[in-house]
Design a protein around this ligand. Structure first.
Ligand SMILES: Nc1ncnc2c1ncn2[C@@H]1O[C@H](COP(=O)(O)OP(=O)(O)OP(=O)(O)O)[C@@H](O)[C@H]1O
Ligand SMILES: [Mg+2]
Length: 132
Protein backbone atom coordinates (compact mmCIF):
# COMPACT_ATOMS: atom_id res chain seq x y z
CA UNK A 1 0.00 0.00 0.00
CA UNK A 2 1.37 3.48 -0.77
CA UNK A 3 1.65 5.97 2.09
CA UNK A 4 -1.55 7.87 2.80
CA UNK A 5 -1.51 11.31 4.43
CA UNK A 6 -4.28 13.56 5.64
CA UNK A 7 -4.42 17.02 7.15
CA UNK A 8 -6.48 17.54 10.30
CA UNK A 9 -7.51 20.72 12.08
CA UNK A 10 -5.58 21.15 15.33
CA UNK A 11 -8.56 20.73 17.65
CA UNK A 12 -9.78 17.93 19.91
CA UNK A 13 -12.38 16.35 17.56
CA UNK A 14 -9.55 15.68 15.10
CA UNK A 15 -8.09 13.05 17.43
CA UNK A 16 -11.15 10.87 16.82
CA UNK A 17 -10.95 11.58 13.09
CA UNK A 18 -7.26 10.66 13.05
CA UNK A 19 -8.08 7.38 14.80
CA UNK A 20 -10.74 6.64 12.19
CA UNK A 21 -8.26 7.42 9.41
CA UNK A 22 -5.89 4.82 10.85
CA UNK A 23 -8.66 2.24 11.28
CA UNK A 24 -9.81 2.78 7.71
CA UNK A 25 -6.31 2.01 6.45
CA UNK A 26 -5.39 -0.82 8.84
CA UNK A 27 -8.89 -2.13 9.55
CA UNK A 28 -8.37 -5.89 9.60
CA UNK A 29 -4.75 -5.89 10.60
CA UNK A 30 -3.88 -7.04 14.13
CA UNK A 31 -1.79 -3.86 14.31
CA UNK A 32 -4.87 -1.63 13.95
CA UNK A 33 -5.69 -1.04 17.61
CA UNK A 34 -2.12 -0.37 18.62
CA UNK A 35 -1.71 1.97 15.66
CA UNK A 36 -4.87 3.82 16.67
CA UNK A 37 -3.60 4.30 20.20
CA UNK A 38 -0.23 5.58 19.01
CA UNK A 39 -1.72 8.05 16.55
CA UNK A 40 -4.15 9.17 19.21
CA UNK A 41 -1.29 10.05 21.58
CA UNK A 42 0.76 11.75 18.86
CA UNK A 43 -2.20 13.76 17.54
CA UNK A 44 -3.10 14.86 21.07
CA UNK A 45 0.49 16.01 21.58
CA UNK A 46 0.45 17.97 18.32
CA UNK A 47 -2.69 19.79 19.51
CA UNK A 48 -1.56 20.38 23.12
CA UNK A 49 2.15 21.07 22.73
CA UNK A 50 2.70 22.62 19.28
CA UNK A 51 1.54 25.44 17.05
CA UNK A 52 -0.81 22.96 15.37
CA UNK A 53 -3.14 23.57 18.33
CA UNK A 54 -3.39 27.32 17.68
CA UNK A 55 -6.36 28.83 15.87
CA UNK A 56 -6.11 27.69 12.24
CA UNK A 57 -3.36 25.18 13.07
CA UNK A 58 -3.24 21.77 11.45
CA UNK A 59 -1.33 18.53 11.67
CA UNK A 60 -0.74 15.71 9.19
CA UNK A 61 -1.07 11.99 9.81
CA UNK A 62 0.77 9.58 7.49
CA UNK A 63 0.24 5.84 7.49
CA UNK A 64 2.08 3.36 5.34
CA UNK A 65 0.81 -0.14 5.90
CA UNK A 66 2.39 -3.32 4.62
CA UNK A 67 1.12 -6.80 5.41
CA UNK A 68 3.47 -7.24 8.35
CA UNK A 69 4.52 -3.75 9.32
CA UNK A 70 3.29 -0.20 9.48
CA UNK A 71 4.80 3.29 9.59
CA UNK A 72 2.86 5.98 11.44
CA UNK A 73 3.76 9.64 11.61
CA UNK A 74 2.27 12.87 12.88
CA UNK A 75 3.69 16.10 11.47
CA UNK A 76 3.07 19.21 13.57
CA UNK A 77 3.67 22.92 13.13
CA UNK A 78 6.43 23.14 15.75
CA UNK A 79 6.91 25.51 18.65
CA UNK A 80 9.14 26.01 21.67
CA UNK A 81 8.35 22.76 23.44
CA UNK A 82 10.58 19.73 22.78
CA UNK A 83 9.26 16.16 22.90
CA UNK A 84 10.55 14.32 25.97
CA UNK A 85 9.91 10.70 26.79
CA UNK A 86 9.54 10.30 30.56
CA UNK A 87 9.40 7.03 32.43
CA UNK A 88 6.24 7.72 34.43
CA UNK A 89 6.44 8.00 38.20
CA UNK A 90 3.45 7.10 40.40
CA UNK A 91 3.14 10.71 41.65
CA UNK A 92 3.44 12.33 38.21
CA UNK A 93 0.18 13.32 36.56
CA UNK A 94 1.23 13.78 32.95
CA UNK A 95 3.96 12.72 30.64
CA UNK A 96 2.90 9.19 29.80
CA UNK A 97 2.00 9.57 26.13
CA UNK A 98 5.43 9.25 24.55
CA UNK A 99 6.42 6.54 27.02
CA UNK A 100 3.35 4.62 25.89
CA UNK A 101 4.33 5.16 22.25
CA UNK A 102 7.86 3.93 22.96
CA UNK A 103 6.51 0.80 24.66
CA UNK A 104 3.89 0.02 22.02
CA UNK A 105 6.06 0.55 18.95
CA UNK A 106 8.93 -1.43 17.52
CA UNK A 107 10.83 1.79 16.96
CA UNK A 108 10.00 5.48 17.16
CA UNK A 109 11.67 8.85 16.77
CA UNK A 110 11.46 12.58 16.32
CA UNK A 111 12.61 14.60 13.34
CA UNK A 112 12.60 18.38 12.94
CA UNK A 113 12.84 21.52 15.05
CA UNK A 114 10.77 24.45 16.30
CA UNK A 115 9.49 25.03 12.76
CA UNK A 116 7.78 21.67 12.68
CA UNK A 117 8.36 18.16 13.95
CA UNK A 118 7.52 14.67 12.80
CA UNK A 119 7.04 12.11 15.52
CA UNK A 120 6.99 8.65 13.95
CA UNK A 121 6.58 5.07 15.10
CA UNK A 122 6.80 1.69 13.45
CA UNK A 123 4.89 -1.49 14.20
CA UNK A 124 5.62 -5.08 13.26
CA UNK A 125 2.75 -7.58 13.11
CA UNK A 126 2.94 -10.15 15.87
CA UNK A 127 4.67 -7.78 18.27
CA UNK A 128 1.62 -5.70 19.11
CA UNK A 129 -0.23 -5.84 22.43
CA UNK A 130 -2.62 -8.83 22.35
CA UNK A 131 -5.92 -6.94 22.80
CA UNK A 132 -8.88 -8.98 23.86
N1 LIG B 1 5.06 16.99 19.09
C1 LIG B 1 5.62 17.60 20.15
N2 LIG B 1 6.29 18.78 19.97
C2 LIG B 1 6.86 19.40 21.01
N3 LIG B 1 6.84 18.95 22.29
C3 LIG B 1 6.20 17.79 22.53
C4 LIG B 1 5.56 17.06 21.48
N4 LIG B 1 5.03 15.94 22.01
C5 LIG B 1 5.32 15.98 23.32
N5 LIG B 1 6.03 17.08 23.65
C6 LIG B 1 6.60 17.43 24.97
O1 LIG B 1 6.97 16.22 25.58
C7 LIG B 1 6.29 16.10 26.85
C8 LIG B 1 5.92 14.65 27.06
O2 LIG B 1 4.88 14.25 26.18
P1 LIG B 1 3.88 13.11 26.64
O3 LIG B 1 2.92 12.85 25.54
O4 LIG B 1 4.71 11.96 27.11
O5 LIG B 1 3.16 13.71 27.91
P2 LIG B 1 2.00 14.79 28.03
O6 LIG B 1 1.41 15.07 26.66
O7 LIG B 1 2.54 15.96 28.79
O8 LIG B 1 0.93 14.04 28.93
P3 LIG B 1 0.02 12.79 28.55
O9 LIG B 1 0.36 12.39 27.14
O10 LIG B 1 0.37 11.72 29.52
O11 LIG B 1 -1.38 13.30 28.67
C9 LIG B 1 5.11 17.05 26.76
O12 LIG B 1 4.71 17.50 28.03
C10 LIG B 1 5.62 18.15 25.88
O13 LIG B 1 6.35 19.09 26.65
MG1 LIG C 1 0.86 13.47 25.44
Amino acid sequence: MPPFSRHFLGSAPSVTEARRFVTALLGRSPMAQTAELIVSELATNAIHHTASGRFGGRFIVTVQAQPKRAWLAVVDEGGLSTPKCFRPSPEGEGGRGLFLVSELSTDWGIWGDENGRTVWATLVAGQEIPWT
